[in-house]
Design a protein around this ligand. Structure first.
Ligand SMILES: Cc1cc2nc3c(=O)[nH]c(=O)nc-3n(C[C@H](O)[C@H](O)[C@H](O)COP(=O)(O)OP(=O)(O)OC[C@H]3O[C@@H](n4cnc5c(N)ncnc54)[C@H](O)[C@@H]3O)c2cc1C
Length: 728
């Protein structure tokens, strides 16, 4: 077997067969030299709760099975995304099997998994020639690369990081060489890469059957190491990943009657392709500019974000579909209005948003772990330092970091955070969005902006509680997009209007939920209220209306987390702005500069892979100790007043001694990530190389030119710098 030369392909956020540089290279290059290909996906303990995969008897004190987020101590990956990931890898597995290859699933730590595979082959005199992976930006992902690199160095195996090609503009085509040169303002960056329609590279051909190196004999592949066991059946896998995190909310209310998910899609490359084709055929892309601020239904926006996040779809595949529609070259789209008539406002706007996604990643590359700091990009500016006139003293529930004079105190802030998370603040738009997120794993961009703005700007609470909550719950969670957007909206990112950008969630509700359907759907308690201003802010209803709606004693009415002055003249009409600002109150947060339409579509979606929200995130109804039809659970048993002032921007003064900045995500004891150790984990930093160091295993491969002009994603070679932002 001396001629054996196995390539291990560690798949992470590139979970697709099509438009995949590694698969394309292997299937189209006869002399690559590998006899076997072993694609591997590792469920990472640092980002997922893996306790469902553990055989309890095998558990050791040192085993890495899960971590919690650092500020809020939430699970890192909640049930919605856990299920979506399970669906995605299962779909990938069957696609690879159909090509004559395969995929093995492993759990735990990337370095340990690679080590066990390489050693396993070695014991059988089978040689692993190389380990390849696609480079990622996040510090945890870079740490994974460092760990694998070190293992490869020890084992004398070549390690190569390929550029991540799922973005709209390829790194090799940027007109600047290092992340530091990225313009801090998005529009400056946009101008530098326009016209967008001409920018993306072509999609790479999909490998055909039997074109990839042979999958190794199963008996030669080292089994999953203790304490984990990977189920053979999909249902068991899903259960093992979802079960540990489905109880994340002890008092999760029932899904409101009549509510349906705006994101009813299954994970996986096949479903991504179905959705993309549907987006073109059903004119979702064509209408996008007018509908993108919608709140209800699957079709006000593309719903491609979760596929992009896991790399089951690439931005250039979306671009190719847009071109096929615009140029009239893809027959399947021929019934869509505008077919063959070139770029239109809708398709142009989709490209613009895809560039935002690129930008967030580049921003992350530029600013590194500043992305996770409370003061973000501002941290180094003198005016934001302690004693500086712009210093923001974020409110927190953490006694150890709270300002000594914080009002309300930590316990009360803890309650407010809980009410914010679970959607019982009394602010209709915010509550609706948070409940939608909780139940479905998705909420619209418009709602996200309001939610983030409410927590940071209206409540003055450390925005990272919100970012971590999103990290847990979003199906489409993406480290760069999430943290950079939160930072942007919280005013500590690169928003040029960061200080003045204050949304009024009541006005925004009038603008974007014109009939109140969105709030009434997700917050059924207020659905009986007649006046829109009361639906959007229940505490403004008259005593009689409160009584009629059965809301007496409900803290959303008696104890709203925030009251916002807002008066309405007459009943708002669908197409007319009928609200007025109160005199003398100044400008109360209008929309953002990026409001691009107020339309709202809804309706069903014929694309494959939909799921019934009312089934919950599992295949069977999930057991919840819910309070039927109501969000009014015991979080309402509140003590003491919770109203947090009514001035628009708390911007509290600097607090001496407060330092709640930190540089790392997640609580982990690995590789300098800071924070406390995760569950069941001791100090087991067993010789894995921190990113950027001891890259012994890394050898630039000669097998394919990596063309690292532009911004390379070879993060192991470029220690991460402080990070970025934005929201469109
Ligand atoms: C506080 C906050 C947190 C967010 N967290 C995430 C996140 O974790 N993951 C994520 O993918 N997006 C995030 N976004 C961006 C945006 O809300 C979602 O990408 C979008 O709502 C996804 O729905 P869609 O696919 O239908 O988007 P569409 O409106 O159809 O847009 C098309 C694509 O463009 C990209 N895009 C659109 N807006 C943005 C944006 N502001 N920033 C970056 N990319 C964008 C997405 O990839 C999206 O799929 C966040 C926004 C905010 C304000």
């Amino acid at each position: 077997m001396a001629t054996t030369n196995i390539l291990i392909y560690l798949m992470r956020k590139d979970l697709r067969v099509a438009d995949n540089p590694i698969f394309h290279y292997l299937s189209s290059t006869p002399d690559h030299g590998f006899t076997h290909l072993l694609p591997v996906y590792v469920f990472p303990y640092i980002q997922m709760d893996l306790s469902g995969l553990v055989n309890g008897e095998d558990l050791d004190q040192d085993d890495d099975i899960s971590t919690r987020s650092r500020v809020g101590h939430f699970a890192r990956c909640g049930p919605h995304r856990a299920k979506f990931i399970a669906e995605t890898v299962w779909n990938l597995k069957s696609s690879l099997e159909a090509l004559g290859s395969g995929l093995i699933l492993r759990a735990g730590d990337h370095g340990k998994v690679v080590s066990s595979l390489v050693e396993g082959f070695k014991k059988q005199q089978l040689q692993v020639g190389a380990v390849w992976t696609t480079g990622l930006v996040g510090s945890e992902e870079v740490d994974q690369e460092g760990a694998v690199s070190a293992i490869c160095g020890d084992q004398d195996v070549d390690f190569k990081i390929w550029p991540d090609e799922k973005y709209f503009v390829d790194d090799r085509d940027l007109n600047f060489g290092t992340p530091e040169e990225l313009p801090t303002i998005f529009t400056t960056y946009l101008r530098s890469v326009e016209p967008l329609r001409e920018k993306p590279r072509s999609v790479l051909p999909t490998p055909v059957k039997s074109s990839l190196p042979v999958f190794p004999e199963i008996s030669t592949i080292a089994p999953q190491a203790s304490p984990f066991a990977i189920p053979d059946e999909y249902e068991e896998l899903e259960d093992a990943l979802v079960r540990p995190v489905e109880g994340f909310l002890g008092n999760m209310p029932a899904v409101p009657e009549g509510a349906s998910s705006a994101h009813p899609f299954k994970g996986g490359e096949d479903f991504a392709r179905d959705r993309l084709d549907y987006v073109m055929r059903a004119e979702v892309a064509k209408n996008y500019k007018d509908t993108r601020n919608g709140l209800i239904g699957a079709d006000f926006s593309t719903k491609l974000s979760a596929y992009l996040a896991l790399g089951t779809l690439t931005a250039r595949q979306i671009h190719e579909a847009l071109l096929g529609y615009e140029d009239g070259s893809v027959e399947m789209y021929q019934d869509a209005a505008g077919f063959g008539e070139g770029e239109n406002d809708g398709t142009k706007a989709v490209r613009n948003e895809l560039l935002w996604r690129d930008y967030m990643r580049l921003y992350h590359k530029k600013f590194g772990n500043k992305l996770f700091q409370a003061h973000g990009l501002k941290a180094d500016l003198p005016e934001y330092q302690e004693g500086g006139d712009k210093r923001i003293t974020w409110k927190t529930r953490d006694e150890s970091t709270a300002a000594p004079d914080q009002t309300p105190d930590c316990a009360a802030i803890g309650t407010i955070i809980e009410r914010f998370n679970t959607g019982t603040t009394g602010m209709g738009l915010i509550d609706a969005s948070q409940r939608e997120l909780m139940h479905s794993g998705y909420t619209s961009n418009r709602a996200r902006q309001n939610v983030a703005n409410f927590l940071a700007k209206h409540l003055g609470i450390d925005w990272r509680y919100g970012a971590e909550w999103y990290e847990m719950l979003l199906i489409d969670y993406d480290v760069s997009s999430n943290w950079a957007n939160w930072q942007y909206v919280a005013g500590v990112g690169n928003d040029p209007r960061s200080e003045s950008r204050l949304f009024n969630p009541v006005k925004q509700a009038f603008d974007y939920d014109k009939e109140g359907s969105y709030v009434r759907t997700w917050v059924p308690e207020v659905s009986k209220l007649q006046k829109l201003e009361n639906v959007f802010q229940a505490c403004t209803a008259s005593e009689e209306d409160i009584k009629d709606a059965g809301l007496e004693g409900n803290p959303m009415v008696t104890d709203p987390v925030k009251k916002i002055d807002f008066s309405v003249e007459g009943k708002p009409r669908t197409n007319k702005r009928s609200y007025v600002r109160r005199k003398g109150r100044g400008k109360q947060a209008g929309g953002d500069t990026d409001d691009k339409g107020e339309g709202q579509t809804g309706g069903g979606d014929a694309a494959a892979g939909q799921r019934d929200l009312n089934q919950g995130w599992r295949s069977q109804p999930s057991p919840t100790n819910s309070t039927k039809g109501s969000g009014s659970t015991d979080i309402r048993k509140l003590e003491g007043p919770l109203v947090v002032a009514s001035h628009p921007n708390p911007a509290p003064p600097a607090a001496p001694g407060m330092n709640n900045d930190n540089t790392h995500r997640g609580q982990s004891n690995r590789g300098g990530r800071g924070g406390r150790g995760g569950f069941f984990r001791g100090n087991n930093n067993r010789g894995y190389a921190p990113a950027g160091q001891s890259n012994r295993g890394y050898r630039p491969s000669t097998s394919r030119p990596t063309e690292h002009h532009g911004m390379s994603s070879r993060a192991t070679q470029t220690p991460t710098q402080p990070p970025v932002t934005s929201a469109s």
